[in-house]
Design a protein around this ligand. Sequence first.
Ligand code: BMA
Length: 411
Amino acid sequence: MYMHALTRLLTLLLATIAFSACNNTDDSATPSTESLSANESAPQAELITPHATEETRALYRNLKKIAPDTLMFGHEDTSAYGVEWWTDGTDRSDIKDITGSYPAIHGSDLGGLDLGWDKNLDDVRFEDYQRWIIDAYKRGGINTISWHMYDPITEGNSWAKTDTVSKLLPGAEGHERFIAVLDRFVEFNESLKAQNEDGSETWVPILFRPWHEHNGDWFWWGKGHTSEADYIALWRLTVEYLRDEKKQSNLIWAFSPDRSRMNPHNTPEGYLYAYPGDDYVDMLGLDNYWDLGHPANDAGMEERMTKFVESLEMLTDLAEQKGKVSALTEGGQANLPEQGFWTEQIIQHVFANEKTRRISYFLVWRNANPTLYPGTEYFAPYPEHSTAADFLKFYQDPRVFFESDLPAMYR
Ligand code: BMA
């Protein structure tokens, strides 16, 4: 334990020195060899938003900087509820209950905002999201937003098997309705302003991840319900409307197909299905439940881990070629039946080699409350859970960053 704490302290100290070295103006200061070589050999993409705020640019730059040495941990709806509780307005998180820190990345989902609801599809109030997002930013944490959007035409949920995408494009019958949905996003997004001490405001930077898992057939914007060309047109329309017309300048755009519908071995071909183009994407994400114990995947542990490593290598290689950031934007193991998940599956394989460890973060999905919502699942432990001790080791690993480990990401 003592050794552990000491190693963690030393590594953090070194990381902080390297990090502040990258940030200060003294040219003689050298960042760690690893990030230096990674930065030198690869192109460095700018954000696709030319008018991005300073804090948003800084976040993107800093994500690239720390990614090669660290893994940030993220959790969906961490402040909203846990396996055994529902928010009463006070600050809580299953992650914080175990480790004392919030996750580095906070996930929120806007499904339902599109219909004008005041709560999302999982009963979280948008008003609460607004507060938690701003609070996380103020503490130095990072926010990501996904959107299980209801079908703007039929008002069916995201899992509706409807041929809707083509109807949302310019000139089509549902275009105006779709624009009205995007305007609701603008209203919410523009409410994400943090007050500074001098009275000025900062627009909270967001890793924005719309239209996720489109290579699967479960969402109405997915394969089988829309064509590749129409998906690309939908993505580009979303970017062009929000970025160019509505001047949303706090967004870092993340693309995130699902691992189960691609073979990552050596080739990014499957990953790039319906990729909207380098000028429309800032972050290459991957949603991976498949290799981490998905009930429908009957491969043994060794094969699963080999594929997990291959998927990370494919992703980080591609991101490196494009000069962009990569992340495990969603994933995990439902209800965590496998002991050692955090150390033996995640740490060992994310830090398997030079390529795998370039991934910036791993966000696990929500800790749904099974008493209130029977049949729902959780993806992070809670204090009494059998993997809580292993999770604590994961937290204590000096390479794994929770919110309290983060260097200043917005400068
Ligand atoms: C899914 C499940 C659903 C939930 C949705 C949005 O993966 O967790 O129960 O409603 O995400 O959070």
